[in-house]
Design a protein around this ligand. Structure first.
Ligand SMILES: Nc1ncnc2c1ncn2[C@@H]1O[C@H](COP(=O)(O)OP(=O)(O)OP(=O)(O)O)[C@@H](O)[C@H]1O
Ligand SMILES: [Mg+2]
Length: 1009
């Protein structure tokens, strides 16, 4: 570590230390200081600095000047009499302080005269040391430092952090939980800590580990990613649920700590969000070695009394001995004495001073420090010729010391002038830290003036201290300050009346809003908060919606919904004229988020509420839109209601110039839904195809991704399998949402099934299931398709097992679809065993609308059941029934537009006719079936058609045709079988099935398998 005077540059952890105190310095300012220190005693020209630090972007050279100014401030340096950085006119800057290289061998106990030397705390420090020791040995540790406000938790862990950095060469990451007037952002302190690791000197292994183990975290730092990486990651993390983020960060941190210890500090856990607590809980509970120490602070009083997450987490970890707690007690008089001796070396102070300070502060370190600083400020304690002395007798001071910290701060505040008081008012509204720029704009003053004023307060150690400088989005920089202690801010804020608070928040919000750009979305939560407290509820709702989006990007969907619910609560406070549109926006987001989470009923409820509100307000467009939104979730719960909702949308929107596009969309979607959920009607297909050019415009997003994919389903069901697979593949490449992905992958699998590409389908299923498992969402869609594939491969037992497992696991959505596939599979199993009645019962249940209510493509499955029934009659020798069934099947199949079904229906009818010796009918049916398989690529039906044609030709003694059909049936079978890899179980079940093996066994010239 490079050191100069009492400062140390901690390159590993990207921070500056003064003794045991971390000195606030932004990342750029740190880099600049480090560059100068690395090139100490040499004039570094401004151009060189620009090239080294801002090589990728153009910045105004003035910026360097500002940063130097900020660094000087933090170091306490002066331009006219520099001790650290000298400005060499027109040439550049030179770091002039002597630089030492401090190795890890420095005695950790020595604190080179730091102003924040801590006293007492021997037991706590020893416990922390032991804990670190264990962590270094690979035994993960969780340590809570608790205590009242101002008890010295932060001071203790600062000292420990410093000590650990010197001693163990550990990586250190620190995250601060923020009290944001009640609002909480998911993973806020964790992201801060991970951000530090990413910016640290040895960032590259950290980045590699994150990329490998934690893509969901990697994507939270978009500035680090190229466009290509971002796109790849976006695909990889689609549909992530919160648990995945927790698991991934645990794995990443464990992997990082295998070689390199990590001290993870989370400050003020009593303000932590639930997601962060989830990470701590998971890290603490995981077994396996990790050179990891988690050190968290929390205020005892903040978690006492009522039940809360943190309290139960801590208690639970304590009971299971998965953490340690050290509660900091008040300082003793001896500690105070030690403190005074260290603060005022070579002093000549009366013994009674420690007693006095101890008595008044009650041993609370914060109060102690404040009292002592007050003595200095008021001139009771002065330095004369290097010696500190008391200027008044002790008994005269005593009555002057206010009895509580609060009152003491009151006195301090009264001593400030009006301008300073006004600036602090805005400052405390802004939060723990603030920029001179915002204050200046809020009070209508010049930033330089405010900076000067804040410098004055900083120097006299009143309320605030310098926190470096920060770059604003427009490229300018502004001095930053923070409160000396969070209690100071709380004190100042507590003094403001409700009316003043609202006024100040509003004013601050307006200033901050001018900084908001799409690149600075992280400001949204702050803006939401200030607008809400400023009682500008419309703006607050706007920023709450944006904040909910941030939460969603962090996969914190529940938190996202909570924010939206809060926004909804605020709607009532918005002026009546603006209310409805805001409410509709919020409700639609709630509906979307529930849908993404798989909570279908809740999603429907939100959209329904939106529809009702829009209807009440007479907003036909919004009403129709909300009705259309209901279709996707309703389709899964109650298809008839889904269709009815969209049909209602057609009614509520006028087909005039204004409503025309929406009207077309509603009509189009109503037809699409009827085709998929009710039954196939050519009339509906005609509506779709007529409206498609109007609503499927590629650049005008008339249709949602979901709607678009539904239309591809329709096209697929008309036999356009190749085109559908292609369109779905394209959507898969471009979609950014889980629903877009599921819609596209669902239709792609269906098209590939029809194309007989079993191997490809299986690959997609495996990938999809792995992805769903990794991300934590329900893999039902893949399980459906897998079960479907099993039925096509004659593995009926396998299909049934899959469906039964699925039916047990799903709660929100009726399980009719898996139940249907299970029944179909069951029917074939019974048929194979010759139990015809049972088989017929299974197939009948599928046809029965009571036993099997409607679901997506239910009519397709009912036709499959009819195929099954015909086969039962045929196998049982009940030819009369078989003929009726086959005729009915054909009639129903021909009412659809799907060519595989057409071919299958003709083929079965032919088979029945052959069995019944009705040659003419058999010939006609075969010709019809053959003409379909010649015209369409329908590999699922083609081999069966040829097999039956072979039987027929054989029967009518046309041996040449028989041989030809047998060969074509065999190649059709092999085409399907060979699409699956040689070792696949489903390939074997397919080849072993009687209808298949018969083709291969009896084909005359023995084609290879
Ligand atoms: N052991 C100590 N010796 C000397 N000074 C101390 C000690 N502990 C704390 N202080 C000083 O007391 C003040 C308050 O301490 P600190 O900020 O650490 O309290 P805290 O427990 O973190 O409070 P909060 O709960 O508000 O975060 C600081 O100025 C700190 O430097
Ligand atoms: Mg603290």
């Amino acid at each position: 570590m490079k050191a100069f005077h009492s400062f140390r540059l901690d390159a590993i952890n990207h921070c500056l230390w003064r003794g045991e105190e971390r000195v606030p310095l932004g990342p750029k300012a740190f880099d600049l200081l480090r560059y100068l220190v690395d090139h100490a005693n040499r004039v570094v020209p401004q151009d060189e600095i620009l090239e080294a630090l801002w090589s990728k972007s153009y910045v105004n050279p003035e910026l360097v000047k500002k940063y130097i100014l900020g660094i000087r401030k933090v170091l306490g340096d002066r331009r006219d009499k520099p001790a650290f950085i000298e400005t060499v006119q027109k040439r550049g800057y030179k770091f002039i302080a002597p630089v030492r290289d401090e190795s890890a061998s420095v005695d950790p106990g020595s604190t080179d005269g730091s102003p924040t030397r801590i006293v007492g705390r021997h037991t706590a420090r020893a416990e922390l040391d032991t804990c670190l020791e264990r962590a270094l040995q690979g035994i993960r540790q969780v340590f809570f430092v608790t205590g009242e406000a101002g008890a010295g938790k932060t001071a203790l862990i600062d000292a420990f952090q410093h000590h650990a950095a010197l001693r163990s060469n550990s990586r250190i990451a620190r995250g601060q939980c923020i009290e944001v007037f009640g609002g909480k952002e998911a993973y806020y302190p964790m992201l801060e800590a991970v951000g530090q690791l990413i910016r640290s000197a040895d960032a590259s292994p950290v980045l590699q580990t994150l990329a490998k183990h934690a893509p969901t975290w990697m994507i939270q730092f978009p500035a680090l990613l190229s466009l290509k990486q971002k796109e790849a990651l976006q695909r990889e993390v689609l549909g992530t649920m919160g648990e995945r983020m927790v698991r991934e960060i645990c794995e990443a941190l464990e992997s990082m700590t295998a070689a390199h210890p990590l001290l993870l500090i989370i400050e003020d856990l009593h303000w932590a969000d639930a997601a962060t607590l989830g990470v701590i809980s998971a890290l603490a509970r995981r077994r396996g070695p990790a050179k990891l120490m988690i050190l968290a602070t929390c205020r005892t009083e903040a978690i006492a009394g009522m039940q809360n997450h943190l309290k139960s987490l801590k208690q639970d970890l304590l009971i299971h001995r998965l953490c340690q707690e050290c509660e900091l007690q008040r300082l003793t008089q001896a500690d105070v004495s030690e403190y005074l001796a260290a603060e005022f070396p070579a002093g000549n102070l009366p013994v009674g001073l420690a007693r006095l300070v101890h008595h008044h502060s009650g041993g609370n370190p914060l109060f102690m420090v404040t009292i002592v600083q007050d003595f200095v400020r008021n001139g009771f304690l002065t330095e004369r010729m290097g010696k500190w002395t008391l200027t008044k007798p002790l008994d005269e001071i005593e009555p002057g010391v206010p009895p509580t910290l609060q009152q003491m701060l009151e006195v301090q505040l009264d001593q400030l002038n009006a301008e300073e008081q006004e600036a602090l008012k805005f400052a405390c509204v802004l939060g723990e830290s603030f920029s001179a720029w915002t204050i200046a704009n809020s009070v209508g003053s010049e930033p330089d003036r405010i900076e000067q004023l804040c410098e004055g307060l900083t120097e006299s150690r009143r309320f605030i201290r310098s926190a470096g400088i920060q770059e604003l989005p427009d490229g300018t920089v502004s001095a930053h300050y923070e409160f000396g202690h969070s209690l100071y801010r709380a004190f100042l804020y507590g003094r403001l009346s409700a009316v003043t608070r609202a006024r100040l928040h509003r004013s601050v919000a307006q200033q901050l809003e001018s900084l908001y750009t799409p690149d600075r979305q992280e400001l949204a939560p702050t803006l939401a908060l200030h607008f809400e407290h400023g009682r500008e509820y419309g703006r607050a709702i706007h920023y709450l919606i944006l904040t909910a989006e941030i939460e969603a990007r962090r996969f914190a969907h529940r938190e996202s919904i909570e924010l939206l619910q809060h926004a909804l609560d605020l709607v009532a406070r918005v002026a009546a004229a603006d209310r409805t549109l805001l409410e509709l926006r919020v409700l639609e987001r709630i509906g979307d988020t529930h849908y993404a989470l798989g909570s279908m009923s809740e999603s429907v409820r939100a959209y329904e509420m939106a529809a009702t509100r829009a209807a009440q307000a007479g907003l036909a467009g919004a009403h129709a839109h909300a009705l259309i939104c209901q279709a996707p979730p309703l389709g899964l719960i109650d298809p008839d209601r889904a269709v009815a909702a969209v049909e209602r949308a057609v009614e509520v929107i006028a087909d005039d110039a204004e409503g025309n596009a929406l009207h077309a969309r509603a009509r189009f979607m109503a037809a699409v839904l009827r085709l998929l959920y009710d039954r196939w009607r050519d009339g509906d297909w005609e509506i779709c195809s007529a409206l498609a050019p109007k609503v499927c415009l590629p650049n005008e997003r008339c249709l949602s991704e979901h709607d678009e994919m539904f239309y591809v389903y329709v096209q697929c069901l008309r036999g356009n399998f190749d085109e559908s697979a292609r369109a779905a593949g394209e959507k898969l490449r471009e979609t950014k949402s889980l629903m877009g992905y599921l819609g596209a992958v669902g239709v792609k699998m269906l098209a590939l099934l029809f194309l007989g590409e079993f191997g490809q389908v299986l690959e997609i299923i495996r990938e999809g299931r792995a992805m769903a498992e990794k991300s934590g969402y329900d893999p039902w869609l893949f399980v459906f398709r897998e079960a479907w594939l099993h039925t096509l491969c004659f593995d009926f037992a396998g299909a049934r097992l899959l469906c039964e497992a699925l039916m047990r696991s799903r709660e929100d959505v009726p399980s009719t679809q898996p139940q249907t596939i299970a029944r179909l599979a069951g029917g074939y199993i019974e048929l194979e065993h010759g139990r015809y009645d049972q088989a017929a019962r299974c197939f009948d249940e599928i046809r029965d609308h009571k036993a099997t209510p409607k679901f997506f493509l239910h009519w397709y499955w009912r036709l499959q059941a009819q195929i099954g029934l015909t086969q039962v009659s045929l196998a049982s020798g009940n030819l009369a029934t078989a003929r009726t069934e086959a005729a009915g099947l054909l009639e129903s199949a021909l009412r659809t537009a799907e060519p595989t079904l057409h071919a299958q229906a003709w083929e079965i009818k032919a088979r029945v006719a052959i069995a019944a010796d009705v040659e003419r009918e058999a010939r006609e049916c075969i010709q019809q079936a053959l003409s379909i398989v010649d015209r369409w690529r329908v590999p699922l039906a083609a081999w069966r058609v040829h097999a039956t044609a072979w039987d027929f030709s054989h029967k009518v003694a046309d041996y040449a045709a028989a041989e030809s059909h047998c060969g074509r049936a065999a190649s059709g079978v092999l085409l399907l079988a060979n699409s699956l890899g040689p070792g696949e179980a489903m390939r074997n079940s397919f080849l072993a099935a009687a209808p298949v093996s018969r083709v291969l066994a009896r084909q005359p010239n023995g084609l290879p398998l």
